[in-house]
Design a protein around this ligand. Structure first.
Ligand SMILES: [Zn+2]
Ligand SMILES: [Zn+2]
Length: 200
């Protein structure tokens, strides 16, 4: 599928929908695009995609892309999350938010640590974020991958960390608290609903 054509088509469709619905419910023309980097299990990618699409129907997925060489951090043999986000940002058009999915370890600068390994990174707000499977519990990979993905997407939408311990927007504070997170809390859900997300 040609992404440019499909995005143009989607934009056009939503312009028409916005026009049709201008006096009724709030409309949302934003698109979420999942962009897997090569080497990631397509079953994991597919699972995250299906679950995100259920909450945000304007979601699409691209074919796997090469990991850009300039994002590699040789001293630790891993990839810089900030550089991956910058790469994704450069390839993100218009009203789209791109979420990069990667199997390799990723890192960023955190306080006094120049190269700190992370599960994911997303700016708040932003139009790109990155999620890695590398630091997740191997026996709960599918679920944890989704939880990190939805957390980073939440940041891109403007959601900060949440004090509710069972909320997807909880700050992991360097650990893995994913098994204690069950859903977005009521207030994070209300915020996302205002951005066009669908919750039952
Ligand atoms: Zn966070
Ligand atoms: Zn919350």
């Amino acid at each position: 599928m040609n992404k440019r054509i499909s995005l143009r088509y989607v934009s056009l469709l939503f312009l028409l929908l916005m026009y049709a619905c201008r006096d009724t419910a709030q409309t949302n023309s934003k698109v979420i695009l999942l962009k897997p980097f090569k080497g990631l299990d397509p079953i994991l990618t597919g699972n995250v995609y299906n679950r995100i699409k259920a909450l945000y129907p304007n979601s699409f997925i691209s074919l796997p892309v090469e990991i850009p060489n300039q994002c590699y951090y040789a001293p630790r043999k891993r990839y810089r999350a900030d550089k991956l986000i910058s790469y994704l940002h450069q390839h993100t058009e218009g009203d789209t938010v791109t979420i990069g999915l990667i199997a390799q370890d990723i890192s960023t600068t955190k306080g006094k640590y120049y190269d700190w390994g992370v599960m994911g990174l997303g700016y708040c707000p932003g139009n790109a974020c990155i999620v890695s499977t590398f630091r997740l519990s191997k026996n709960q990979l599918m679920d944890q991958f989704y939880k990190v993905a939805i957390h980073e997407l939440g940041h891109t939408q403007g959601l900060p960390h949440c004090a509710n311990k069972s909320c997807f927007m909880r700050d992991a504070e360097g650990g893995n608290t994913l098994n204690e997170e069950v859903d977005f809390c009521v207030s994070c859900k209300a915020y996302l609903k205002s951005k066009g997300w669908k919750f039952l």
